[in-house]
Design a protein around this ligand. Structure first.
Ligand SMILES: Nc1ncnc2c1ncn2[C@@H]1O[C@H](COP(=O)(O)OP(=O)(O)OP(=O)(O)O)[C@@H](O)[C@H]1O
Length: 335
């Protein structure tokens, strides 16, 4: 897969009262075109700094970033501005213009980039349809809910037809239900328009729900990267374990003898099911065999899992999988 973003040896130091502070320490990261890539870490880990380095809003102290193989370090200010049209951002607090109504908020970047008033309005209404908010076109931000404000911000971010959408804690100010609807919208945008999405969050749930890949940041260091399934089923570092198993970082040796075969039929993708089960049960499993195929967006195939030794947890996992309408069958003498 083409790598649309490559972060190479990026460090960022800030000068403070108490001397130099290293916010990012030699980060190397590659993001594939069309991915939904999550960057997760505790508060202060350096997530916002990293996402701002991706489009050089924050210029790294060392290293560089390539967007579609173009080195941002070598770009002049004008080229950086042009590049940023292809790399939109949305934020936790939406950053809307409060004195302008919804449609004018979306027209704003279009007018700046040279659209006529008539064309900008036409495009703004198209974008409002995409985010399912056309009936609020003449409302002002103060009259909207948090979720609706984020939809306006997403429409505005899409105005420049970006290749990449950076989301900095975009759902952190929203309630769980609204979070779901915004994540569904981001997934739809990724699928329909092929936009690569980078999601910065401190919530593992968000990663599990929509990301294909994840990077874990801790105190400015990138401690682990991989596919969401890899990281959830076999986190290697204590930082990853802390995020997944809710603080329990003990290294668990898989001693359980119980194995199950699950057959996927109705789920749209198997990754969220396994990741969600691990999040819910706060315990690891071993994937002993996975043979899955994606048929028209639906995963079909089988998987054999070794369950944890603790009987209660193992039963909880089986119940969870059954509640997801998966066929679950115990397999004897597999390990
Ligand atoms: N402009 C700056 N000057 C000095 N220090 C900064 C600056 N920006 C960020 N930092 C420091 O860098 C560290 C990382 O900050 P950053 O905002 O990237 O973390 P974060 O992971 O996004 O945290 P949060 O989830 O709390 O927003 C923090 O300790 C912060 O205080």
């Amino acid at each position: 897969m083409n790598k649309i973003i490559r972060v190479v040896n990026v460090s960022k130091k800030f000068k403070g009262k108490e001397g130099e502070f290293i916010a990012l320490n030699n980060i190397n990261l590659e993001i594939g075109e069309g991915d939904i890539y999550g960057i997760i870490g505790m508060s202060g880990a350096g997530k916002s700094t990293l996402v701002r380095c991706l489009n050089f809003l924050e210029v790294p102290t060392q290293g560089t970033v390539y967007i579609q193989d173009k080195d941002l370090r070598s770009m002049k200010e004008k080229e950086l501005l042009e590049m940023r049209k292809g790399v939109s951002m949305i934020f936790q607090h939406f950053n809307l213009l409060m004195q302008k109504n919804v449609v004018d908020n979306i027209c704003f970047p279009l007018l700046i980039s040279g659209y006529s008033k008539k064309d900008a309005k036409k495009r703004a209404y198209e974008l409002l349809k995409i985010v399912d908010l056309d009936e609020k076109a003449t409302s002002y931000p103060a009259q909207l809910s948090g979720g609706q404000k984020q939809r306006v911000a997403i429409a505005r971010a899409l105005a420049s037809n970006p290749k990449i959408l950076l989301c900095d804690e975009a759902t952190s100010a929203l309630d769980p239900q609204t979070t779901q609807s915004i994540l569904a919208l981001l997934k739809q945008i990724n699928k329909e328009y092929g936009i690569t999405i980078v999601i910065i969050t401190h919530e593992m749930d968000v990663i599990q729900q929509i990301c294909s890949h994840v990077a874990i940041l801790d105190h400015g260091n990138l401690v682990e990267t991989g596919s969401v399934t890899e990281i959830f089923t076999s986190p290697k570092t204590k930082e990853a374990k802390r995020l997944i198993y809710n603080g329990d970082t003990r290294v668990e040796e898989m001693k359980g003898k119980r194995c199950i075969r699950i057959v996927f039929s109705e789920n749209s993708s198997f990754e969220p099911v396994i990741a969600n089960m691990i999040l819910e049960c706060k315990a690891p499993v071993n994937i002993l065999l996975a043979d899955t195929r994606d048929i028209g967006g639906r995963a079909a195939g089988e998987m054999i899992l070794q369950l944890p030794q603790d009987e209660e947890t193992a039963n909880k996992m089986i119940e969870y999988l059954k509640s997801r309408k998966l066929a679950v069958e115990e397999v004897k003498d597999y390990v």
